[in-house]
Design a binder for this molecule. Sequence first.
Ligand SMILES: O=c1[nH]cnc2c1c(-c1ccc(Br)cc1)cn2-c1ccccc1
Length: 474
Amino acid sequence: RTTSSQSGPSMEEASTKRKVTHTLTSGYSDHVRVPNVIVMVGLPARGKTYISKKLCRYLNWAGIKTRVFNVGEYRRKEETACDAIHGANAYFFSADNEEALRVREESARRAMEDLCEYLDTSKGTVAILDATNTTKKRRKMVINFCQEKGFRCFFIESLCDDPNIINANVTDVKVNSPDYKGVMSAEQAKDDFMKRIENYAKQYEPLDMDKECHLSFIKVINAGRSFYVNRVNGHAQSRVIYYLMNIHLLPRVIYFTRHGESGYNRMARMGGDSPLTSDGDAYAEALELFFKEERVQDLRVWCSQKIRAVQTAKGLKGVAAHVEYWKALDELDAGICEGLTYEDIENRYPKQTEDRRRDKYHYRFPAGESYEDVVARLEPVMMELERQVYLSLSLSLHISSNLLQGNVLVVSHQAVLRCILAYFTDRALDELPYIDVPLHTLIKLVPRAYSCHLIFYTYDATRGIWSAREGTLN
Ligand SMILES: O=c1[nH]cnc2c1c(-c1ccc(Br)cc1)cn2-c1ccccc1
């Protein structure tokens, strides 16, 4: 293990001082987890909260318990408490405003306190400190705090000098922020926010590649256009790097559907590889018509390798740029219960049925899979979905059209779609196996800055009509 020459023990050594107590309960990956603090660094409107929320959602989905501590939210709580400052305007963020400085120190302290409690009580393995952290002094404070607690520290700095991207951020996120909502007009809010950035810029000290080279960090430049990585330690940090390298701004629209009704669906049998029923065929035809009318440019279809899914996607060859078949999209393997009805399973395997009822996410069928296993084999699919090129967050962000790639339609199965949709909607893992994904329903997912918008199109095979509703997953 290299001991850094420049200054005291490296982060790695500091954290080994702490008795390592965190082990994953799931048993899937038996890594011993050292508590990690991911420290965001960057001027306002550099996507720190965007990265924090997205990273948090991904790590939780991958079974690494994570929580974001946003100092801005603590400040707003502090302000309403002392309501001395009316609306956190640009003046509030200027260094010479004594009272404001006190409020900011106090809110940073409270955030660190809660962060520490979260990691110390093993509620979580990773804490993300979402704040500007733009001076060496502030970062030194955080490092000392982590050192004495034996937490591993990892910095993610977002550097961005592309005015289009910053503009998209201010337009899409800042003008709706609680700091301005109902206080001033969008135009005024935008101006005030630009001044706020200037106030921070005066004192901004980017992570110093020389003087801070003993730290573990990644510099993300211009929304993931390029990266600089330094001293990556351990499992969690390598997962973070891998993820950041695969996300950019926002994937374009993604469509999801289960296969049409199959013979086994009608017999209430699990799994298998049965073909579509006549209703299932009707759904496949309706899907082809839907995408003809939806006029989606260069649609890409990702389909499982089960017959019922391949048949559902058959009609799309005419409207899709291309169709590819992923084994990773195959239905959860029910092992010894494949082909049985739910009734058979209850009668033959009462103990298995009880175990599954108690913990449906971690329960693994004998000679089969658990939901946790499906989540693990879906990771390459999620990365590829994130890698799809991006629709701008708002009109102000133009990407030259030849860069824009298609939308994706995923044709898969109930358990698999529960796992994928749980990722996009930040659903807790213990609720994941109960998400409602009905047959003959096409789900359109439109990603937004911090959330995603869902539209459900249900096809009625007997009456041959679609009905649409916007809303959330049940
Ligand atoms: O680097 C930015 N600078 C300004 N804004 C930004 C970013 C990123 C961003 C950063 C790193 C990575 Br890997 C991917 C995206 C996202 N956003 C964003 C834009 C609009 C709304 C919400 C967030």
